[in-house]
Design a protein around this ligand. Structure first.
Ligand code: RVK
Ligand code: MG
Ligand code: MG
Length: 317
């Protein structure tokens, strides 16, 4: 049981609810942001008017959730990380209609055609590898599975990233997002930035955490967040924004709504904010309308919920 303070009341959020909250929260954030991915913040407002409770438009998730499902399936089936098996799972689940990033699409094609999961992605972007947010957007199951072991979490976040993202900044973005989820599971919101700063190894992310501290200390407007933290597809321009969106508010829906309202890579920043927020508050706070609208079918919300429960039980809890 985790205990946290909410509006002066002590509220208990059980661990199983946090696991479910992280995975369903991620899928809900993805589906909420999907219809406005790539839009300016002004355009987002024309789809989701300011001041009103946001209604989910379609409830269909994208590549972010499809890959997150693959990470969870592989961790459960293999009782931990197995790179070849996780890569096979990504290839098996791949559905182009979910809208994959070009680097991930190419890496999975190379693996499908026989290249090794450890080498395929290193050939992308002129041999530098991708620093896109595609490894961070799917990392929630790693944050849950290794929530109580920071060094194992870092190692597996990096290794699972390599399947599609071998650039240091892509791997580190995934580790940072995974550790934010782990801290949220542990109920550590007040000292999250302090812990993240201790954890993170790359200067680009250390600097973004410093900016987050400054922006959280004042009533920053959206433009300042977009300029200071970013809202794009690079991991360093979206993972810090998701963590900021979680920390700025006290409710799941406020954080996720804010993340999407910034425009840009809305499905992904929504998914990452939803994963951290759901891991902190548990699945009970996810607005009913959003949960109900989230797609069902073969691998829809019931399946994602089952994966969260299996991840929880696979830790021997
Ligand atoms: C469609 C230069 C680089 C780079 C490098 C840039 C889905 C490229 C999800 C690249 C997410 C983009 C998104 C994204 C996830 C990366 N040099 N530019 N070394 N590394 N970039 O292609 O899976 O929406 O412009 O690896 O990370 O919802 O195209 O894909 O929004 O970042 O895609 O990186 O994308 P990719 P990804
Ligand atoms: Mg997407
Ligand atoms: Mg996206």
């Amino acid at each position: 049981m985790k205990v946290k303070e909410k509006e002066g009341l002590t509220v208990k959020v059980d661990l199983k609810s946090k696991f479910t909250g992280a995975l369903i929260g991620s899928a809900v954030g993805d589906a909420l942001g999907a219809p406005v991915e790539g839009c300016s913040m002004e355009k987002v407002r024309s789809v989701y008017p300011e001041g009103k409770g946001w209604e989910m438009v379609y409830g269909r998730y994208t590549d972010d959730t499809e890959m997150m499902i693959g990470v969870a399936e592989s961790l459960i089936k293999n009782k931990g990380f197995n790179g070849a098996a996780m890569a096979r799972t990504f290839v098996h689940n791949y559905d182009e209609k979910r809208g994959y990033g070009p680097g991930s699409k190419e890496a999975l094609k190379r693996i499908r055609e026989g290249e090794s999961w450890e080498e395929a992605s290193g050939k992308l972007f002129g041999g530098k590898g991708s620093y896109g947010n595609g490894a961070a957007m799917r990392i929630a199951p790693v944050g849950l599975f290794y929530y109580d072991n920071a060094e194992a979490l870092r190692e597996i976040a990096h290794k699972s990233s390599i399947i599609t993202h071998s650039h240091e900044l892509g791997k580190e973005g995934a580790a940072l997002q995974a550790f934010a989820i782990a801290l949220a599971v542990r109920g550590q919101k007040e000292d999250m930035l302090f812990e993240l700063k201790e954890f993170v190894q790359h200067d680009v992310y250390k600097e973004k955490i410093g900016r987050m501290e400054i922006l959280l200390a004042k009533d920053a407007n959206r433009k300042e967040i977009i300029v200071g933290l970013g809202n794009g597809e690079a991991a360093f321009n979206s993972v810090p924004t998701a963590i900021y969106s979680f920390l700025r508010f006290d409710h799941f829906n406020d954080s996720v709504t804010y993340a999407v309202s910034l425009g840009g890579d809305t499905d992904t920043i929504g998914a990452m904010t939803g994963a951290i927020s759901g891991a902190y508050y548990g699945d009970g706070v996810i607005p009913n309308g959003w949960g109900e609208k989230l797609e069902e079918g073969g691998k829809g919300k019931s399946y994602i919920k089952r994966l969260a429960e299996e991840l929880y039980h696979s830790k021997g809890l």
